[in-house]
Design a protein around this ligand. Structure first.
Ligand SMILES: O=P(O)(O)OC[C@H]1O[C@H](OP(=O)(O)OP(=O)(O)O)[C@H](O)[C@@H]1O
Ligand code: HPA
Length: 185
């Protein structure tokens, strides 16, 4: 099915900007400060969760001033839709986790099924410790477990479908330079 680009454009026109670029950049700076303070001596291996984690990872990593290794993994459960389904691993990590401190970077903690599964995977693979950083934590009561939180959170957002800074609307607008909520969703 071909994508209706007029619809994609219209979604941006009608969207509500929750955080502009300056606000998001300040939040990333704050997260970097916390990670620099806490993980600098841990020799971490950092995993970008593709695709959504790409922009947050890129912006965050240049603000981390200590040695680290970088890799990626790809787990998806939305597959360009606006509601999640079963988690599907498109690419499992290839770096050894044994006795490593692992930092997982993703764009959004929504219901948290994705992050929970990734944390479980890392622990099972022998990680000494698993830390998580998300740009956005969505504020609602539907988390995969009630106490599920990321260690480092940039911003919280209301319970609406959001896009920008890596987060997509139907595969588009990951490039939007702010965090936007879709009108009506
Ligand atoms: O907290 P959850 O409800 O599990 O949702 C959060 C996950 O959903 C999105 O990924 P998606 O499945 O859309 O894959 P993508 O990043 O490749 O678009 C997002 O990037 C997170 O990884
Ligand atoms: O609100 C969202 N926006 C984009 N991707 C997502 N993945 C989970 N929730 C969201």
């Amino acid at each position: 099915m071909s994508t209706d680009l007029a619809h994609i454009r219209q979604v941006m026109v009608e969207a509500d900007c929750l955080y502009n670029e300056e606000e998001v950049e300040a939040a990333i700076e704050a997260v970097a400060g916390q990670i620099n303070a806490e993980l600098a001596e841990r020799n971490p291996v950092v995993f970008c969760v593709m695709n959504g984690g790409l922009i947050f990872s890129g912006k965050l990593l240049t603000k981390l001033h200590f040695p680290l290794e970088l890799s990626y993994l790809h787990a998806t459960r939305y597959r360009n839709q606006t509601s999640g389904g079963e988690l599907f691993w498109k690419a499992k990590p290839e770096v050894s986790f044994i006795d490593r401190h692992v930092l997982i970077i993703d764009d959004i903690l929504d219901e948290g099924h994705t992050l929970s599964a990734i944390i479980e995977f890392c622990r099972h693979a022998g990680a000494a410790a698993v830390y998580t950083a998300v740009l956005v934590d969505k504020d609602h009561q539907r988390k995969a477990s009630p106490d599920l939180k990321a260690d480092y959170v940039g911003l919280s957002c209301e319970d609406r479908y959001v896009f920008g800074y890596g987060m997509d609307y139907k595969g588009y607008w990951r490039n939007a330079p702010g965090i936007y909520a879709v009108s009506g969703l």
